[in-house]
Write a protein that binds this ligand. Structure first.
Ligand SMILES: [Zn+2]
Length: 338
């Protein structure tokens, strides 16, 4: 029999990971006065009810980045915190279709506005933002997000059952509150800090809880991390900043997809993944990278993606496959490998 409820794990005291049917992980962090929720999942549960079963404190919902598997249930909440630059991830609905992403987070970005367009504001006000992102992702139905993810490890036994009656995107007119690096969520005895790490998306944020020494990283340091918005040189510098902080205020990394598809492992991601990401970009800049072309599993009929392969695949040397970034150096930058 397959599981029809999201799985909840307590990964540290008063800190829960919610596995939404292998699609995404959301987190609830409770302090003495308030709680913080990281990300709003895909579509398939009453997320608000789950949060309120874990904590009776007032809480805020912070979004790492505006992909459909991280904001899908944002309209269950009156207000979410997000980086303004994420609004650039949605194109003007009237833009020519060849300027729109056919697979999210990865394609031609030339048609994307960097300021919130009027139409985007209307979509948010009308409670339609998550649907708009879903269209952007190329999902053909509300169930598409689950079905694409679930088949990633299709050779392993089924774990989840998701049916259309479980879809709950919420209907509230969600207010967006814009935050950036340095913003602090004061939960009482826990202060959660915001860090900026773009690359996977333009305005990606991560959240650090020094009390339990955890970084909640969304998709910004995953081994398959894209780099669509910056040159490799810039991306390396942001990754190095994250690596430099490791061991000071955090030594566990919980990303948005620790438990992916049918796999239920929920251990912290290795810092070696992040080091190999930086090294993959360095290999590109040296002209030594191994590059493959691969279909994107969430959009198998879309254009193939060019990925860098780095690492042998062991725990010490994990294999990463970041996307080839649009440039190696920023315009006018000296060609020195950081
Ligand atoms: Zn993402």
């Amino acid at each position: 029999m397959a599981i029809r409820e999201p799985l909840i794990h307590e990964i540290a005291p008063k800190t829960w990971m919610i596995n939404e049917f292998g699609s995404n992980n959301m987190y609830v962090i409770e302090g003495s006065e308030r709680a913080l929720v990281v990300d709003a999942g895909t579509a398939y549960c009453d997320f608000r009810k789950i949060i309120e079963s874990l904590t009776d404190k007032p809480y805020d919902v912070a979004i790492t980045h505006a992909h459909p598997d991280h904001i899908g249930m944002m309209h269950q909440f009156e207000r979410v915190y997000v980086n303004k630059l994420e609004l650039g991830s949605i194109p003007d609905p009237d833009a020519p279709t060849d300027k729109m992403a056919s697979g999210f987070g990865s394609q031609d970005i030339t048609g994307y506005p960097t300021e919130p367009c009027k139409k985007y504001s209307e979509l948010v006000r009308d409670g339609q933002a998550s649907e708009a992102f879903q269209n952007l992702a190329g999902y053909t139905s509300d169930m598409h997000g689950f079905e694409m993810v679930d088949r990633f490890f299709a050779d392993e036994p089924p774990v989840w059952e998701c049916t259309p009656d479980m879809i709950n995107r919420g209907t509230l007119d969600t207010e967006l509150v814009f935050i950036d690096e340095g913003y602090e969520f004061d939960l009482g005895d826990r202060k959660v800090k915001t860090m900026f790490l773009p690359g996977h998306t333009r305005g990606h944020l991560l959240f650090i809880d020094p009390k339990n020494r955890i970084a909640f990283t969304g998709d910004c340091v995953n081994g398959n991390n894209g780099s669509s918005f910056h040159a490799a040189s810039t991306h390396i510098r942001y990754l190095e900043k994250f690596i430099a902080e490791y061991g000071k205020s955090y030594d566990r990394i919980f990303n948005g997809h620790i438990t992916y598809s049918r796999r239920l492992n929920f251990r912290s991601e290795s810092i070696n993944v992040v080091k190999n990401l930086a090294n993959a970009y360095r290999a590109l800049m040296r002209g030594e990278a191994e590059i493959i072309e691969q279909a994107f599993h969430l959009n198998p009929n879309g254009p193939k993606r060019r990925l860098v392969v780095y690492g042998s695949g062991t725990d010490e040397d994990p294999r990463v496959t970041p996307q080839v970034p649009p440039m190696l150096w920023e315009d006018g930058e000296e060609h020195l490998i950081p």
